[in-house]
Design a protein. Structure first.
Length: 423
């Protein structure tokens, strides 16, 4: 009976990732050169894969599978491992060790690197490892090519290997490592070499972020200075126009700070991640110290730890500047609102005063109008009394005098009703 279960489209890729970049056994003696070329994070990965695929075809080599991020080929007796990482491409060349083996590796690299790359990627890291046979463990290793001021030497793998480096570069610009094999098998030799090369690459990538971040320190200092100036303005009396100008300045500062944060946030995270990888690789190497010599872990911690603390400090400074900016914005907005409220209160008080004056004037006019209307009404009554000839019954002047208060009360009542109706 056929059993069909729908597979997730990413399942194969996830399973393949477990087997990506496996450790490869290395025979002794061996010369290894690894180069790391900086590239944009995953944006042009397909172009890089296509370029390497085409290079393999042009060299009559087996090309990588579609979408593969690592591939191994042999060209002119030299083994090459191509790997596409998130931010860099590594090329690891190795051949049988001779005194001229490293020159040979650099020469073949210079011949083919340009054709392998889809873009003009720049070299960020280069390290070479000479894996040598050491039959006599009591014999003092040759240290003439290493700088005595920075030499590091340690035993690993239960004293079955001796690592020597000074973190200085050889004539081709590659950091020098030498491993004296005192009994390691081929598999453990490959693991040790790979961990050393990864340590060097991740070390360079973590410090790459540190150097990038150092360039933005003056901009951060300028933002902090502007924020201090603005905080002083918040604490001083100023007009609404001046406060609004300060808000406009804060908008400009916020834009600058957002640009700094956007440009550096990825680098902060990447530097921390690479530093964690360096520490993880050194922990797995598990060095045993040799009297009078520094271990690689000790040497790198003295250099890398302060740089990473600087990275963390800059990240905190940007975060603190953002918090100060938010507080300054809130305080200035509150100041503007309070100034607007004071201004609005003054306007309302002025309007109330004008309304009161208008009311008083209106009351005066109404009083005068009642008197005037009453006067005209009484006058009309006087004319009517004289016209109809009531002199024989009552004196017109007496009638007019009696009617005056009646007219005034009547007119006042009518005006009051009209006002009440309008309200």
């Amino acid at each position: 009976m056929d059993i069909f279960i729908k597979q997730h489209p990413l399942r194969d890729a996830i399973l393949a990732e477990v087997h990506a970049r496996p450790y490869r056994a290395l025979t002794t003696p061996r010369a290894v050169l690894q180069q790391a070329f900086l590239c944009k994070p995953s944006s042009n990965a397909q172009d890089d894969m296509a370029a390497f695929w085409q290079w393999c075809i042009n060299q009559d080599l087996t090309p990588p599978e579609t979408g593969s991020r690592h591939h191994t080929v042999v060209i002119d007796g030299i083994q090459l491992i191509w790997e596409r990482h998130t931010e860099f491409i590594t090329l690891t060349w190795d051949c049988l060790y001779t005194k001229t083996a490293q020159r040979k590796l650099w020469q073949i690299s210079a011949k083919h690197v340009k054709a392998m790359m889809a873009n003009k990627h720049s070299l960020i890291s280069a390290a070479r490892v000479n894996l040598l046979k050491c039959a006599d463990t009591s014999k003092t290793p040759d240290l003439r090519e290493f700088d005595p001021e920075s030499i590091c030497m340690s035993l690993v793998k239960k004293e079955r290997a001796l690592i020597i480096t000074d973190f200085m570069q050889d004539e081709f610009g590659a950091t020098k490592y030498t491993i004296h094999n005192r009994g390691l098998d081929d598999r453990n030799c490959g693991i040790l070499v790979r961990r050393l090369l990864e340590t060097e690459t991740y070390r360079m990538m973590s410090l790459y972020g540190f150097e990038r971040i150092k360039k933005i320190l003056p901009e951060i200092a300028a933002v902090e200075t502007q924020l201090v100036h603005l905080m002083k303005q918040v604490n001083t009396k100023s007009s609404i126009a001046s406060t609004r100008k300060s808000l406009d300045e804060i908008t400009d500062i916020a834009a600058d700070l957002a640009k700094l944060s956007a440009a550096s946030q990825y680098r902060f995270s990447a530097s921390r991640a690479y530093y964690s990888l360096v520490k993880a690789r050194l922990k797995r190497i598990n060095e045993q110290g040799i009297p009078s010599y520094s271990k690689i872990e000790e040497f790198l911690n003295k250099r890398l730890a302060p740089a990473m603390r600087t990275v963390e400090n800059v990240e905190q400074r940007i975060a603190v500047a953002g918090d100060k900016l938010d507080r300054s914005t809130g305080l200035l907005r509150t100041k503007v609102e309070m100034q607007m409220q004071v201004q609005n209160k003054a306007v309302l008080d002025s309007m109330n005063e004008r309304a009161l004056m208008q009311y008083r004037l209106q009351s005066t006019v109404e009083g005068l109008s009642i008197a005037a209307v009453s006067y005209y009404v009484v006058g009309l009554l006087n004319y009517v009394a004289k016209g109809i000839g009531i002199d024989g019954y009552i004196n017109p002047k007496l009638l007019t005098a009696i009617f005056v208060p009646i007219a005034i009360l009547t007119v006042w009542y009518i005006v009051r009703r009209i006002r009440a109706k309008h309200k």
